[in-house]
Ligand binder design. Structure first.
Ligand SMILES: [Zn+2]
Length: 448
C-alpha cells in the first residue's frame, strides 16, 4: 500500500525550491547521490538538532561523541563486517545488470529476462587505501555505521564522563554502504548520515530498555508532526536478525513506495564489546560499584537515518489544498523543522517600504532563520514560502509606515494578525512555540 503522496511530486518540489539536487548534475549526475540545497540543508540540520536535543541535551544519561570515518581495519574484522556485512549478488548474463538475489523473484533478470549467475556474497563496505602506497596492507574501509566508533571509545567515555550505567553515547555522522540497488530518492543512498545511540545497560535489564527506546523513538517522530497512522512497528523475525542482534524492532513509515524502515532499534547484547575486547586485548567491562560486580554491558541501539527521516518529514508535511479557488502546495512542517521560520515581505519594492522592511528583518534575523524577499507579486511570494514550509510571513504595507504595525500570516490557517513592529520578535517566538494564532487580534490591535 503506497502513501497518498507521489514520489515524483516530492522530487520535483525538492528540485524546484532548493531542498535536494542531483549530485554533479552538470556532469549528468552520479547514481543515487544527492546534494542538499539552501533550504534542504536547513531542514536536515533541524532534523539532526531535534534528535540531538531529544537524545543528548534533554537527558542526563546520554553524552555525545564524534569519531573519525576512517578507522583501524581491525575494528571491522572484530565487528564482523568484513565477514558478514554482505548481500548475495547475482549478475545477468545478457545485460550484465546486477541484482540482490534476495530482492528479486524467480531466477531470471527482472530487466531483460536473461539468465542469472549463481549468487556470490558481495561486501557492502567501501574499500580504499591509506597513504601513498596502494597495497593490501594499507587497505581501510569507509565506516558502514557510526556505532563502532562508539564501541571502541566506550572506556574513554565512561572514564571521562563520570557517568554510571545505564549510559548512552550518541553520534551523528556519515556512513557508507556500497548498496547493490540503491534508490527511491534519498531513501537508500550509498553515502548517508546516521543518528545512532549506543545505550549501555546491565545484562538482564536489556529487554526493558529495548521496550523503552522503541517507545521513546516512536514518540519522537509523532512529536515532530508525523501522523501516527503513517508509522508502525515491526519486530524482526529470528531469521532476519543481523549477526550481532538478539532482538530488533523497525519503526516503519508509509513512504510513497510503501512501508519501509525509518529506524531500527536493536538489542546488540554484549556482542560488540566482547568482540573488541577479544581482538584488541583491552578489557572492556564495567565495574558496577553499587551492585559490587563487574560485567560486560549489553547495549540497546536506536539507529536512524538522517536522510530517510528528512524524506519522511517532507512526505508527511506535503499537501495540496484549494484556497480561494486557487490550488496551493504547502508543507505543514513542524516549526522546529521548518528551514525558514519567518519571511519578511514588503508589499512591493517601493523605496518607501524598504527601510522599515529591512528594520524588521534586522530585528528578527538574530533569533530566527529569516528570509527577505521583495521580488514578484505578494501572491507568488506567499506560494514560495508555503512550498518550503515557512510558518510565518510578515508583510509590510503602506499603512505600516503610518501605524508602525505589520501583518503576520499563518501558513496553516492562513489567518492574519496585525501587530506592532516593536516587540515583533517576541510575538513570533511565542507563535513558533505553539501559541494560538488568534485572528481576532487583527482588529483589536489596530483600533488601539
Ligand atoms: Zn538482464
Amino acid at each position: 500500500m503506497p502513501s497518498k503522496v507521489d514520489m515524483d511530486k516530492i522530487v520535483s518540489l525538492c528540485k524546484r525550491r532548493g531542498f535536494v539536487f542531483p549530485s554533479s548534475e552538470i556532469y549528468g549526475g552520479l547514481a543515487s547521490c544527492w546534494d542538499y540545497g539552501p533550504v534542504g540543508v536547513e531542514l536536515k540540520r533541524n532534523v539532526k538538532e531535534a534528535w540531538w536535543k531529544a537524545v543528548v541535551h534533554e537527558r542526563d544519561d546520554v553524552v555525545g561523541l564524534d569519531t573519525s570515518i576512517m578507522m583501524h581495519p581491525g575494528v571491522w574484522a572484530a565487528s564482523g563486517h568484513i565477514d558478514n556485512f554482505t548481500d548475495p549478488l547475482v549478475e545477468c548474463k545478457s545485460c550484465h545488470l546486477r541484482w540482490r538475489a534476495d530482492a528479486i523473484e524467480g531466477k531470471k533478470c527482472p530487466k531483460c529476462g536473461g539468465e542469472l549467475t549463481e549468487p556470490r556474497m558481495f561486501n557492502l563496505m567501501f574499500k580504499t587505501s591509506m597513504g601513498p602506497v596502494e597495497e593490501e596492507a594499507n587497505t581501510i574501509y569507509l565506516r558502514p555505521e557510526t556505532a563502532q566508533g562508539i564501541f571502541v571509545n566506550f572506556e574513554n567515555v565512561v572514564t571521562t564522563s563520570r557517568k554510571k550505567l545505564p549510559l548512552g553515547i550518541a553520534q551523528i555522522g556519515k556512513s557508507f554502504r556500497n548498496e547493490i540497488t540503491p534508490g527511491n530518492f534519498i531513501f537508500r543512498t550509498r553515502e548517508f548520515e546516521h543518528m545512532e545511540v549506543e545505550y549501555f545497560v546491565r545484562p538482564g535489564t536489556d529487554e526493558k530498555w529495548l521496550d523503552y527506546w522503541v517507545k521513546e523513538r516512536f514518540d519522537w517522530y509523532v512529536k515532530l508532526g508525523i501522523k501516527k497512522e503513517n508509522l508502525r512497528l515491526r519486530r524482526h523475525g529470528k531469521d532476519e536478525l543481523a549477526h550481532y542482534a538478539r532482538d530488533c524492532y523497525d519503526i516503519e513509515y508509509l513512504f510513497p513506495m510503501g512501508w519501509s524502515e525509518l529506524e531500527g532499534i536493536a538489542n546488540r547484547g554484549d556482542f560488540d564489546l566482547t568482540q573488541h575486547a577479544k581482538c584488541s586485548g583491552k578489557e572492556l567491562s564495567y565495574h558496577d560499584a553499587e551492585a559490587g560486580e563487574k560485567y560486560v554491558p549489553y547495549v540497546i541501539e536506536p539507529s536512524a537515518g538522517v536522510d530517510r527521516s528528512v524524506l519522511a518529514f517532507l512526505v508527511d508535511a506535503y499537501d495540496e489544498e484549494e484556497v480561494e479557488k486557487e490550488k496551493r502546495t504547502v508543507l505543514h512542517l513542524h516549526p522546529s523543522l521548518a528551514p525558514i521560520k519567518v519571511a519578511v515581505l514588503p508589499l512591493s519594492r517601493n523605496e518607501k517600504l524598504t527601510p522599515l522592511a529591512k528594520e524588521v528583518f534586522k530585528q528578527l534575523c538574530p533569533s530566527f532563520v529569516t528570509d527577505y524577499d521583495d521580488s514578484q507579486s505578494i501572491g507568488r511570494r506567499y506560494r514560495r514560502q508555503d512550498e518550503i514550509g515557512t510558518p510565518f510571513c510578515v508583510t509590510i504595507d503602506f499603512e505600516s509606515l503610518e501605524d508602525k504595525q505589520v501583518t503576520i500570516r499563518d501558513r496553516d490557517s492562513l489567518a492574519q494578525i496585525r501587530v506592532p513592529v516593536e516587540g515583533l520578535e517576541k510575538v513570533i517566538a511565542a507563535k513558533l512555540k505553539g501559541e494560538a494564532f488568534d485572528a481576532s487580534t487583527l482588529w483589536s490591535t489596530r483600533e488601539k
